[in-house]
Write a protein that binds this ligand. Structure first.
Ligand code: SF4
Length: 216
């Protein structure tokens, strides 16, 4: 067992405490957020979700029924709004067809089955599918993103070329496989990367992970 991931977790948790992701009022809002957050900052997602809330559109049936061009205008702050509007419609159709808003029906499905179904929805890749599995349905899966890759690579856990599945398996095999811990680990890695492990200039001297920087 590689204990480095747990050490990263413990050091980051001492600094940030419990982060308690994902900030949302409902399962469908988490799903919407997972789509809208593709290639943009969370601040922009918040603006788009506020627009949807104002128009009472956090509802898969309403999103299915509304015109694509109208939806696109509402979510414009999230960027790539035409593409994301299509994706929101696709995931809404999936939700309506598969569970009609009774999310416990989906929650009861196995990780493998639900993940496969989500990946079949147009515009849903592994990171989005796993975000939905973990944060909307409470499934114990690790979400890999660019922040994870950066921190893990700089700490000698992966090669720069490591693929999504390889990194996910590394975490699943070397870190407690429970929803709460995986939720927290992902959130901590995002915060570490945003605050300290910046793309071009890592601020190692100030970072809570600085003592773990020796490559193994
Ligand atoms: S800033 Fe430095 S110490 Fe912190 S996570 Fe990045 S590489 Fe590690």
């Amino acid at each position: 067992m590689n204990k480095k991931i747990s050490k990263i977790y413990n050091n980051a948790k001492k600094y940030f405490g419990n982060l308690g992701w994902w900030p949302a009022d409902s399962v469908f809002e988490i799903i919407i957020g997972a789509i809208l957050t593709q290639n943009t900052s969370w601040k922009n997602v918040e603006k788009a979700i506020a627009n949807l809330k104002e128009k009472r559109l956090i509802d898969p049936v309403k999103i299915c029924k509304m015109r694509l061009t109208e939806l696109s205008v509402v979510i414009r702050p999230a960027g790539c709004h035409n593409i994301k509007a299509k994706r929101l419609k696709e995931i809404s159709r999936f939700i309506v067809a598969e569970c009609a808003g009774v999310y416990s029906k989906l929650q009861k499905r196995s990780i493998g089955k639900l993940r496969g179904q989500l990946l079949n929805v147009s515009g849903v890749g592994p990171e989005t599918a796993d975000s939905i599995l973990l944060y909307a349905f409470g499934k114990p899966v690790f979400v890999v993103d660019a922040y994870t890759k950066r921190v893990f690579y700089r700490h000698g856990l992966i090669q720069e070329s490591a693929e999504y599945d390889e990194i996910q398996v590394l975490v699943h095999e070397n870190f407690p496989r429970d929803t709460k811990s995986l939720n927290q680990l992902h959130a901590l890695l995002v915060e570490i990367a945003k605050k300290f492990c910046k793309k071009n200039l890592p601020l190692c001297a100030e970072c809570p992970l600085k003592g773990l920087l020796v490559r193994n």
